[in-house]
Structure formats: C-alpha cells, structure tokens
Design a binder for this molecule. Structure first.
Ligand code: C2E
Ligand code: CA
Ligand code: CA
Length: 532
C-alpha cells in the first residue's frame, strides 16, 4: 500500500506534462502511423532535459500498452479487409463460372467440370453421356418479341432442362441458345434417350411472356464419351450429331454416327479440293450429242462437267455439284465450264449449239445473266448457239423472280430448256406462263419406253401438253434402237442418250464429226423421217 505522501507524489507525476503527454499518446497512437508517433516521441524527448527513472519506466509501460492497442486495432482492420477481399473473390469466381442470365454453369465451368470428371478415374470416366442442345426457332422470338422475350425464353428453357436432368446430371449454357448436358453417370443409353425425349417435349411447351406465349423447339446431339477422346473431339462429335438432327428436320435427337461423320469430313475435303480444281480448270466440260429424233442429225451437245481427281478417280457430278452448291462454289464452277465450252465450240461448225446446265442455287444468283453475258462476250460465242437448262425447282419457288431472268436471257438470244421434266411436282400448265423454248423429258421416263407401258402413257401425256403449248421436246436417256424407234413414231423432236453417244471430251468431237457420226447415224436408221 502506498503512503499518503507517495500517493501525492504519484498523483503529481500522473498529472505532470510528461505523463499527460504519454496518456494522450496512448490514446492517439493507434490513429497515428508508427512513423509519425516516433517522430513526436523523438521531438518530445529532446525537449525534456532531465528524466527520472520512474518516468522512463512509466514511458515504457505506456509504450507497451499503446503498442498492444495499436496491434489489436490494426489486426481488426486487416481482418475486415481480408473478409471483404474474400467476398469479392467469391463473387468474381461465381461470375466467372456462371452464366449471369440463367445461373447455369458457363462454358468455362463446364470444361473444368468435365476435365475433372475425366481425370477422376474409376468407372465414371468410362461412361459419360453428353448432349448438345440447340434451340430451334429462337431467333424469331428475339426478332418478333424483343430481347427480353429472348431472355425469358432462355431462362425458362434452362429451368426445364435442369428439372428434366434431375439429380447427378449437369446443365450448362455454352452461349447464345446453345446448352450442354452431362448426364448422371448412373444412366445408360436408354435412360439418356428417355431424358432427351422428355426435354424435347417440355421445351416445346408454350413459354409465357407478357400475357402471350412464345414457342421454341430444340434439337439434341448425343455422344457417348469413353474418356479416350480429347474434349474438343467429343464436342465436335456432339456437334456433328446435332448437325445430323438439323439436316433431318430438327425437333429431335440423334446419336453421333461415325459413318455420317466420315461422309461429312469427306465432303469437307472434297469441297477444299474442288476449289483449287475449279481455279485451275481441272473440272472440264464433256459433251453429249443431241440429235433430231427423226433424222438422227446432230444439232448440238449438252455440256456435262467432269472431274478426274488424281487419287479419287472420276468424281461424278452427282457428288461434286451438290458440294459445289453447298460450299458456294457453283457459280465459279459453272462459269469455268461455260468459258471452256465456248472456247471448244469455236472450232465446231456454226450450226452446232451447246446446252448448259444451271442448278437451282446457281440460278438464284442475281448476277447470273450478267456473268453469262460476259463469258459470251469474252469468248465471242454467239448467244443464239447457247441453251440454258434449268429445272422446275429453279422457277417454281418464285416465278416472279424467275421470269425477268428468263426474259433477260431470251433478250440476249439465249434459249431456255426446262430440264428433268416430270420429276417435279408442278404441272406444265403452272409453268406455261414462262417463255421456255423446250422441255427435256427426264430419262427415267424414256429408258425402256418401248416396253414400259406406264412410261409410254406419261411421255404421250407430256408430248400432247407440249404440243398444245408449242414447245419443243427433248427425250433424254435413249439407250436402245427400240426406244429410238418408239420415239421416232411420236412427236418428240430431239433426243440424246447412250445409244448415240456417251458424253465425250472436246478432243474427240472433231473426230466424231468427221468419222463415226457421219457413218453411223445420219443415214443409219431405215425409219428416218424428216423433221419439219
Ligand atoms: P442432267 O442434266 O439430267 O444430265 C443428263 C445426265 O444423264 C448426265 O449425267 C448424262 O451423262 C446422263 N445420261 C445421258 N444419256 C444417258 C443414258 O442414255 N443413260 C443413262 N443412264 N444416263 C444418261 P451426268 O453427266 O452424270 O450428270 C448428272 C447431272 O449432274 C446432270 O443431270 C446435271 O443435273 C448435273 N450436271 C452435270 N454437269 C453439270 C454442270 O456443268 N453444271 C450443273 N449445274 N449441273 C451439271
Ligand atoms: Ca441437263
Ligand atoms: Ca436432265
């Protein structure tokens, strides 16, 4: 216990300027930075000349308390900062892994998840079923009802997919209207199909939006992943399966099919090779004679494209023409063939014409008339010697667009033939308003006509219609002398077919004109009738 005298001494000391300074330092220390505090203390100590030992002890005591308080205060502040940073990190992590609109996993999270699953080993690695979902008719929802309807649709679809997927499976949004499904590892192929079917049917249910309903459908490509494939290859396969669904009309699901995939890859390869073949005029015109049926007199040739590939051999037009159409090469291909044909025909007698095929996709090109006119000018080939063969499908979709084109060709002096007649659905009368010069009866009705009664009736129907409309008729596919004799007894004016000649290259034409043709045909048939 302190004596009253000692207490008085301590009271005096505690209230001394030194003590008061340290007390205030104790309070303000945590607020001042260490450096500032040290400077204050230093200044103060220099201003106080003589210090007593007990004052120094008090100073150390105060300093210790102040330091402790500072450490406590700063550690609390630091903890708050760390907590805030952790929250921000978690939020950023969530945003980086989730699609903000639907709340589903995003592409990155999906790839990470599937990578983890594939690295996890065990049986789950060997049997993952994955599905790629693409919405059908989503674009019109955005276009017609606006983007908020699109957002509502995506959220609703996401929710329906998640619900149908159930426990153990995952749904992610890859972007746009594309989702990906990872089915629960316990499911087999039949389960997967069942779920896919349910998903398709619930997605097709109306989606309420602003007291209206919007409708979308979906297509699903399914793939079985055994872990031996790279992730990108698995996704490519799922995408290919989806592509197959779309080709076959959408609104359904399909499993990845390696045969179909090979075909698609081959088509892609052919498309690439076709491009360079067209550029270097490796696709060449062959010529099939067209004759007057009655006299077998040669009147011209149908130009037919041929491609002799260095490793694939002869690639038939039925293979490369559709590929050229799909890959946007048909225009270049057609012009290259026409240019070569016009150059070849420059050496032939003036009376011989050429007949050139234009496919429906080619016909749609707004610059078609102009580019054909340019080829004729470049090569100096007379338009009166050119016939363009188009099919019904070129004109039937939009007669209003077809008519001015046909008329523009006719103004140039070019003739128009309606090719493959009889294979389409349109009747000749629905096409009669268009100024065709002739129709070509498809060879499926001509070959074997001498013995096939059904074909005889069809051809006789076509001939009487054509006569009524004052159109010339060419019969394709005449293979035998019997077929020729049958047609010679009809009103069919022109013909072509293997009986006369198969398509031949340009270098055989002059030889054909000088020898074979003259010897075998013009005088060959005893049933020759003059064509009036
Ligand atoms: P298409 O225009 O109907 O041509 C007639 C096809 O029948 C040709 O087949 C010709 O070789 C074949 N053919 C002619 N006579 C007979 C016969 O007596 N019997 C049999 N079985 N066949 C005969 P190719 O040359 O294979 O052409 C097939 C199709 O490819 C053509 O059918 C045409 O649609 C298209 N095509 C050919 N070349 C071109 C082209 O340069 N441009 C466009 N756009 N299409 C072409
Ligand atoms: Ca043709
Ligand atoms: Ca034809």
């Amino acid at each position: 216990m302190l004596s009253p005298k000692q207490k008085a001494i301590w009271r005096k000391r505690l209230l001394s300027p030194t003590a008061l300074f340290f007390l205030s330092a104790l309070v303000t220390w945590p607020i001042l930075s260490e450096l500032e505090a040290f400077e204050v203390f230093y200044e103060f100590s220099r201003s106080q000349k003589s210090w007593e030992v007990d004052e120094i002890a008090l100073l150390i005591f105060n300093l210790t308390i102040a330091l402790g308080a500072s450490v406590w205060y700063k550690s609390r502040a630091l903890k708050r900062v760390l907590q805030r940073r952790e929250l921000e990190r978690e939020r950023a992590e969530k945003n980086a892994r989730h699609d903000p609109l639907t709340g589903l996993m995003n592409r990155r999270a999906f790839y990470e998840m599937i990578e983890n699953l594939s690295n996890s080993g065990g049986t789950s690695k060997a049997s993952l079923f994955v599905g790629l979902v693409d919405l059908d008719r989503f674009k019109p929802v955005n276009d017609v009802h606006g983007h908020s309807a699109g957002d509502v649709t995506l959220c609703t679809v996401a929710e329906r997919l998640r619900k149908e997927m159930g426990q153990g499976g995952h749904v992610a949004r890859l972007g746009g209207d594309e989702f990906v499904l990872v089915f629960a590892p316990t499911m087999n192929a039949a389960d997967v199909e069942r779920v896919a079917r349910r998903m398709l049917s619930t997605i097709a249910q109306p989606i309420p939006f602003n007291e209206q309903s919007v409708f979308v459908g979906a297509s699903i490509g399914l793939v079985h992943w055994d872990g031996s494939l790279g992730l990108s290859e698995m996704m490519r396969r799922a995408d290919h399966a989806l592509y197959q669904v779309k080709l076959s009309g959408r609104g359904s699901f399909a499993w990845y099919d390696s045969d179909a995939d090979k075909q698609t890859l081959e088509r892609a390869e052919i498309a690439a090779e076709l491009k360079s073949a067209i550029r270097s005029d490796k696709i060449t015109p062959y010529y099939q004679p067209i004759v007057k049926i009655g006299t077998t007199e040669l009147v011209g040739f149908e130009v037919l494209a041929r491609w002799t590939h260095p490793t694939r051999g002869n690639v038939p037009p039925f293979t490369f023409i559709p590929i050229a159409e799909d890959s946007g090469l048909i225009g270049q291909l057609g012009l290259s063939i026409l240019r070569q044909a016009c150059a070849d025909a420059a050496d032939w007698p003036e009376g011989l014409s050429i007949s050139f095929n234009v496919s429906p996709i080619q016909f749609r090109d707004p610059a078609l008339v102009e580019s054909i006119r340019n080829v004729l000018q470049e090569t100096g080939f007379k338009p009166q010697r050119l016939t363009i063969e188009i099919t019904e499908s070129s004109v039937i979709d939009d007669v209003l667009v077809a008519r001015p084109k046909i008329e523009a060709f006719k103004e140039l002096g070019i003739q128009i033939a309606l090719d493959d007649f009889g294979t389409g659905y349109s009747s000749l009368s629905s096409l009669r308003s268009l100024p065709f010069d002739r129709i070509k009866i498809d060879r499926s009705f001509v070959t074997d006509i001498s013995s096939n009664q059904q074909n005889q009736q069809i051809v006789s129907g076509i001939l009487s219609l054509a006569n009524g409309l004052a159109l010339d008729v060419t019969a394709e596919g005449i293979e035998t002398s019997d077929d020729l004799a049958y047609l010679q007894a009809s009103t069919c004016s022109l013909g072509q077919g293997y009986y006369f000649e198969k398509p031949i290259p340009a270098d055989q034409i002059l030889w054909l004109l000088e020898t074979e043709w003259a010897e075998h045909f013009v005088h060959a048939s005893p049933a020759v009738k003059a064509v009036g």
